[in-house]
Design a protein around this ligand. Structure first.
Ligand code: HAM
Length: 422
């Protein structure tokens, strides 16, 4: 059998690539309208980076990373997400000084060894952003606003914002202790992983996918019972900010996310249409401790999100949603005789230099077949120049939508094209 793409990976073929490019441009435009700049990081990093930031007891680090030793026996991991790499880069290049803020966005492939199914791949793509330097609730509100606008701007209205808070790091010992007390009577019924989580990272039990653990968690109180003081105040302010903006959200007090670095606000965007169980289209939250955990000399509070692009594209597909992909009109240059090809190459070049999209036949078709080909590639105009027209420095232009034909002087061509194609 011929070589196939690996399980959980996909080729993105044309014309789908047009949708991907349109979404990338759309994201870049929206994010930059809020002052974000793009940062590109490598797709592999030292394994330690993800172990230290995402958390040893998370599914991502304990089960899903693509980790290998390179030729010098260093442990390398294909990035499972973008936040840790952005933090590494910001610290390495000293991109932010104390008291400043920094707004960054990114897009690209991520890798997780998960069981492939609809909406879950081993190589998938995220576009996301990170707002650094502010611990103010306004940063949370603005980041959630951008995320919501990203979806609503695409006409994807069947979504909801799911919101929760898991408290700041200083309140964690108390939260952890209370959770252990709640769970102690039912500890023996927890799955094997949760037995370990009970001691190492009790919050993760709320994220367990095993049915019996889910049933136990269903009987327990949520985080709002455990949050107090400034943490509660922060959460109230975020909710008020979202309400003032008219953004619909739902508080889900037992929501924890699959990464350990979050403190205070966490949020997800869910599709309200069933998407084969993969309804979480995007997720994010505040992470005020990550930069210090990575030995940055000063605190950099932060909040951000990442959108799962495959899930969004599949939702657009199921909704038969047509993105408006603005493509410049296309002009096909037709050659009546074999000898016209070389001469018309220059004509094509002149038009392309005037930023016009031009195609020429490369299969040596006769004129009639070239005309059919021009319709097939959905050219808007056919330009014909044979030796007679060339001698007279003229060409014939046919509008393939209205079928009007006109004769033009070659020196007027760029001007004509600029008017038509602007
Ligand atoms: P995450 O929730 O792990 O967050 O991933 C964000 C989104 O990526 C998910 O909501 C989902 O749509 C998509 N996704 C995750 N895994 C897969 C997969 N195997 N196949 C397809 N799509 C997937 C993060 O990655 C955080 N770094 C987000 C963040 C940024 N938090 C703060 N800043």
């Amino acid at each position: 059998m011929s070589i196939q793409a690996l399980r959980g990976t996909h080729d993105i073929l044309p014309p789908s690539t047009d949708i991907w490019r349109a979404l990338e441009t759309y994201s870049a435009d929206l994010f930059s309208s809020f002052g974000y700049k793009e940062l590109r990081t490598p797709i592999f990093e030292s394994t330690e980076l993800f172990q230290r930031t995402i958390g040893e007891n998370t599914d991502i680090v304990s089960k899903e990373m693509y980790t290998f030793n390179d030729r010098k026996n260093r442990s390398i991991t294909l990035r499972p997400e973008g936040t840790a790499s952005i933090a590494r880069s910001v610290i390495q290049h000293k991109l932010i000084q104390p008291g400043q803020s920094l707004k960054l966005y990114y897009t690209g492939p991520m890798f997780r060894y998960e069981r492939p199914q609809a909406g879950r791949q081993r190589q998938f793509h995220q576009t996301g952003l990170e707002c650094l330097g502010s611990s103010h609730y306004m940063a949370d509100v603005e980041v959630i606003q951008i995320l919501y606008r990203w979806f609503s701007g695409l006409g994807l209205g069947d979504i909801k914002i799911v919101l929760n808070t898991t408290g700041s790091l200083s309140s964690r010992p108390k939260i952890t202790e209370t959770m252990r007390q709640w769970l102690t009577p039912v500890k023996a019924s927890l799955c094997e992983d949760c037995q370990t989580r009970f001691h190492k990272n009790v919050l993760r039990i709320y994220d367990c996918k095993v049915k019996s653990c889910r049933e136990i968690v269903d009987t327990l109180p949520g985080f709002l019972e455990l949050i107090e003081g400034e943490d509660l105040e922060h959460f109230k302010n975020v909710k008020q900010g979202l309400t003032a903006l008219g953004l619909p959200f739902e508080v889900s007090p037992k929501c924890v996310r699959g990464l350990d670095y979050y403190t205070r606000t966490i949020f997800e965007i869910h599709s309200t249409l069933d998407q084969d169980g993969q309804s979480v289209l995007a997720g994010g939250g505040r992470y005020d401790q990550l930069y210090q955990d990575m030995q940055n000399p000063f605190a950099i509070p932060a909040v951000g999100f990442a959108i799962g692009m495959e899930r969004v594209i599949s939702l657009l597909d199921t909704q038969k949603h047509h993105l408006v992909i603005s493509e410049k009109p296309l002009l096909a240059i037709l050659c009546p005789e074999e000898s016209d090809y070389a001469a018309n190459l220059n004509l094509a070049q002149t038009l392309r230099s005037a930023r016009i999209r031009v195609e020429m036949d490369i299969l040596g078709r006769n004129l009639k077949s070239q005309m059919k080909w021009a319709s097939k590639i959905k050219a808007d105009f056919a330009l014909i120049q044979g030796s007679t027209e060339r001698d007279q420095k003229k060409c014939i232009v046919k509008n393939l939508n209205s079928f009007e034909t006109q004769e033009l002087n070659v020196d007027q061509l760029s001007q004509w094209a600029n008017q038509i194609f602007k």
